[in-house]
Design a protein around this ligand. Structure first.
Ligand SMILES: CC(C)(COP(=O)(O)OP(=O)(O)OC[C@H]1O[C@@H](n2cnc3c(N)ncnc32)[C@H](O)[C@@H]1OP(=O)(O)O)[C@@H](O)C(=O)NCCC(=O)NCCS
Length: 186
């Protein structure tokens, strides 16, 4: 299950990022992030116009996909980034998050989605290639560029039904989905 994360999910998001090891954080940000820097990043993660989505394969937050508009590109270009907890990798969660972000971008007229990862990040490179991204090597890193199609009634319906279904599931499985219950479990 994938749904958009909101202010009330802040504790879940922090718990997810704080559960990642140094290697995963290095892969995500492309550099070593000091603990305080990570906390600062997390405190603002939902503050701007970003689209932050979470994957809940077992009713706990296990993966996060972020889509942010790149300033000065007339809202036509965005950047995407992903994190999936190690025990949940290689099960299609990254792919599902990327697919959702592509639909979100498509429906908002965002024409390009960029993803930056370390050149050694084979999983991310594989994901980008599966979605026909154009790969460009920059020193030590790979920039993947996805061209998104124009919105269609089908893409609009897809976004609406996915979000509606996720909301309905969250309501039906309450209180297991309540933010505090996962933090307590972890
Ligand atoms: C990158 C990341 C988000 C991928 O998430 P994921 O849930 O494992 O992704 P998926 O399972 O959907 O897809 C992984 C793909 O890589 C493939 N893969 C795994 N190991 C691989 C390797 N060594 N070489 C090539 N491909 C590999 C998998 O087989 C799968 O492809 P497939 O679906 O065709 O079989 C996750 O590894 C992660 O959180 N890494 C740390 C943070 C990071 O690097 N973020 C990216 C930078 S923003």
């Amino acid at each position: 299950m994938i749904r958009r994360l909101r202010k009330y999910d802040q504790a879940l998001i922090e718990s997810h990022f704080n559960s990642l090891d140094d290697e995963a954080l290095y892969s995500r940000f492309g550099t070593h992030v000091p603990s305080q820097g990570l906390q600062n990043y997390l405190s603002d993660i939902l503050a701007d116009a970003a689209f932050i989505f979470g994957a809940f394969p077992d009713s706990c937050l296990r993966g996060v996909g972020e889509l942010r508009l790149i300033p000065d590109h007339r809202h036509h270009v965005a950047e995407a980034a992903f994190t999936v907890e190690k025990a949940w990798q290689d099960q299609g969660i990254g792919d599902a998050l990327l697919s959702r972000l592509i639909t979100i971008a498509q429906n908002r007229g965002i024409r390009e989605v960029h993803m930056l990862c370390l050149a050694t990040n084979q999983k991310m490179r594989r994901l980008a290639a599966k979605h026909d991204a154009e790969l460009t090597l920059v020193p030590g890193q790979v920039e993947a560029t996805l061209t998104t199609p124009w919105p269609t009634p089908f893409s609009m319906a897809k976004e609406f039904t996915s979000e509606y279904r996720a909301f309905a599931r969250a309501v039906l499985s309450w209180p297991n989905q309540a933010p505090t219950s996962q933090v307590a479990q972890d």
